[in-house]
Design a protein around this ligand. Structure first.
Ligand SMILES: [Zn+2]
Length: 430
């Protein structure tokens, strides 16, 4: 005897119908027949949806209720899986006769436009995509990467339409290197205490990029800003001075530290090359991290390595010590004394004959007032906010999401860092 592949649950489906009506009821529509299809291991559940008698469909052009014209062939819309089985709504869309728009297909409350995923399922996937990678979500729920991406995109678009941009006082402007495209992205964060989130992303890091942000943000909100934190990147400085000149512009600690790390790296690489050219063992080959790490974060083994390195009077070590010295700059309370310290430090660096370090010192001198603003703002600003968000952004772009396109990277960053709102659901599936 062959096992039946189709079990009609029409009469036995009362319980399922009751549950569905409790968790996902659509006015003007009702659940009709249920079918269990396929063999063990590949079971799926289909649920026929019907318009209620006498109800009118809504026109996809104007949204108004209109009388029917005809019906299209039944389509399947994927719903949240049940017990590991895919679940589909089956519905033949009505075409409507609209005096304003002509013959139009109706809009249905469970799905958007041509999307074959129901909104409930798309939100379900999007919520999971915050907890694991998109390919993991696709594998876990036996769907495609593309479906997960579309769902997250839907959630991000909804969230961006519904988020509030009121009362933003502090911005952090940051750049993110996107290795896949060999390109920088500009990220603008809100860094107010208690509300740190990604507000905006733009391609590249040009004057044009940041101008686009301010155009989007609007003059009124820009004028209300108190603090802006950014790097010493010239295009940013120019645009900020022009668009939000009233805000205290702070060159933050995190960006200065990363310039110094890069300089040490350059000194180290050059020195290793020179040593090798003179036929000597380049001590510095695997020591990059020793010099870049904070001393308190070193493992015992690394400590020994660093001690070894310090015994040789190498240029990289001198660069490292200069960087360490600058740490105490941030402990000052008064901008005046901090300024005096900074001047002394820059003078020492200028005498060091370490060209990459001198470049940083020149940069710091040129932006002295903006650096000292840090001492004026640190009470109000959530220090380290930009650094924290930057770290998370890096993790998001590095995770193997398969970001071939800018769009995917953009969507993932907004989804992960935007703190975007979600609609309130009658029932949460996850
Ligand atoms: Zn219409």
């Amino acid at each position: 005897m062959e096992a039946p592949t189709t079990v009609n649950l029409e009469r036995a489906g009362v319980l399922l119908k009751t549950i569905l009506n409790r968790i996902q009821k659509y006015p003007g529509f009702s659940y009709a027949a249920f079918r269990l299809l396929g063999d063990a291991g590949q079971l799926r559940l289909e649920i026929d949806v019907e318009p209620r008698k006498g109800s009118c469909g809504r026109c996809s052009g104007c949204g108004r209720p209109r009388s029917g014209y005809d019906r299209l062939k039944a389509r399947r819309f994927e719903f949240v899986p049940l017990w590991g089985m895919p679940v589909y709504f089956v519905y033949g869309m009505r075409r409507l006769n609209c005096p304003l728009c002509g013959i139009r297909v109706e809009i249905v409350p469970w799905a958007d436009g041509k999307n074959h995923l129901t909104k409930a399922y798309a939100w379900f996937l999007a919520v999971w995509a915050k907890r694991m990678s998109w390919s993991d979500v696709a594998a876990a729920f036996q769907t495609t990467w593309e479906n997960v991406f579309r769902s997250v995109e839907m959630a991000v678009e909804w969230g961006r339409r519904h988020r509030s941009l009121d009362d933003i006082e502090s911005l952090g402007i940051d750049e993110l290197y996107w290795s896949r495209k060999n390109q920088y992205l500009t990220l603008v964060y809100q860094i107010d205490e208690g509300n740190r989130r990604l507000l905006w992303i733009g391609k590249k890091r040009k004057v044009r990029t940041l101008m686009r942000f301010f155009r989007w943000f609007g003059p009124q909100r820009s004028q209300a800003l108190h603090f802006i934190c950014s790097d010493m990147w010239k295009p940013y400085l120019r645009v900020i001075a022009k668009k939000a000149g009233q805000a205290i512009h702070v060159l933050d600690r995190f960006h200065i530290a990363s310039h110094l790390s890069k300089a040490i790296d350059e000194v180290r690489a050059k020195e290793a090359k020179d040593l090798l050219a003179r036929g000597r063992q380049p001590l510095l080959k695997r020591t990059r991290w020793l010099l870049l790490k904070r001393p308190e974060n070193l493992t015992p083994n690394q400590e020994i390595g660093l001690a070894e390195l310090l015994r040789h009077n190498l240029r990289a070590v001198r660069a490292y010590l200069l960087k360490e010295d600058l740490q105490s700059f941030w402990d000052y309370r008064s901008p005046f004394w901090a300024g005096a310290f900074l001047d002394r430090w820059c003078t020492r660096v200028m005498r060091s004959r370490l060209e990459p370090m001198k470049k940083v010192a020149r940069m710091l001198r040129a932006h002295r007032p903006l650096i000292l603003n840090w001492f004026r703002a640190r009470r109000q600003l959530s220090i380290g906010a930009v650094e924290g968000l930057n770290g998370k952004a890096r993790v998001i772009t590095k995770r193997a999401y398969g970001f071939r396109t800018y769009r995917a990277a953009e969507i993932a960053l907004y989804h992960g860092l935007g703190r975007l709102p979600e609609p309130s659901f009658t029932h949460r599936f996850c």
